[in-house]
Write a protein that binds this ligand. Structure first.
Ligand code: SAH
Length: 213
């Protein structure tokens, strides 16, 4: 598991590409510049790790496109020590980006194979989530709530009420909603009962599924 000057150079180019696409949050760009994405990829794809593209990982899932990871993370406006819940651990790349920003990360994955693999892998790079759970992201993590932010990294057919109810007042839920194509949607909890909703353009994700595998 090597991270070389060459990889750092490729990451710096990637940061340039995503900032030209509109990512402005310095802390997000710093995190993308720091996380060795090539180590999160399957061996057949490592040479492409610093292209701004999604790639296949185990269990028919994907590691999200860096621009998408940056876009969602920027919407969360992560501050150090905030509690962030991630739905869809996958490769752990998004998890690592959040940990680079000093968030306390709780993450849920429903594919047993990916859950096991990523749980072993992240600590090897010294990325230590607060909690990694094999479970159903539709339910959130009621025992750890409320959260400053919740990020869903799979395409959701609708917004799960459980996730809205696990936000702090002022907390943010970033969730791509839709079937074939998703609209990136930001919900901000403004009071016990009220939420602001913002729609921020089209993206494509693997579907958020019910039940565990
Ligand atoms: N954040 C990941 C993206 C992985 S793709 C990364 O950076 O690599 C989306 C992930 O969501 C997949 O791993 C998929 O298995 C998971 N997923 C799908 N439905 C889910 C659910 N209901 N609960 C938790 N995870 C789910």
């Amino acid at each position: 598991m090597k991270d070389t000057h060459k990889h750092q150079g490729l990451r710096n180019q990637l940061v340039k590409i995503i900032s030209e696409k509109g990512i402005t949050d310095k802390n997000v760009l710093k995190a993308i510049a720091a996380v060795p994405r090539h180590l999160f990829m399957d061996s057949g794809f490592v040479d492409f790790a610093y292209q701004d593209k999604a790639f296949p990982i185990a269990a028919d899932q994907t590691i999200s496109q860096p621009y998408t990871v940056a876009f969602q993370t920027q919407l969360l406006e992560v501050k150090p020590n905030q509690k962030i819940l991630e739905i869809g651990t996958g490769s752990g790349y998004q998890t690592a980006v959040l940990i680079e920003m000093d968030a306390k990360v709780y993450t849920i994955e429903r594919q047993q194979e990916l859950f096991k693999k990523t749980k072993l892998f992240l600590p090897k790079l010294n990325y230590k989530p607060k909690k990694m759970v094999f479970g159903d992201g539709y339910k959130g993590l009621v025992n750890e709530a409320p959260f400053d932010g919740i990020i869903v990294t799979a395409g959701a057919p609708f917004v799960p009420n459980a996730l809205l109810s696990q936000l702090k007042i002022g907390g943010k839920l970033v969730i791509p909603i839709g079937d074939d194509v998703q609209i990136m949607t930001l919900f901000v909890r403004t009071s016990e009962k009220d939420f602001e909703k913002h729609e921020l353009g089209q993206f494509r994700f693997v579907p958020m599924l019910k039940e565990r595998n």
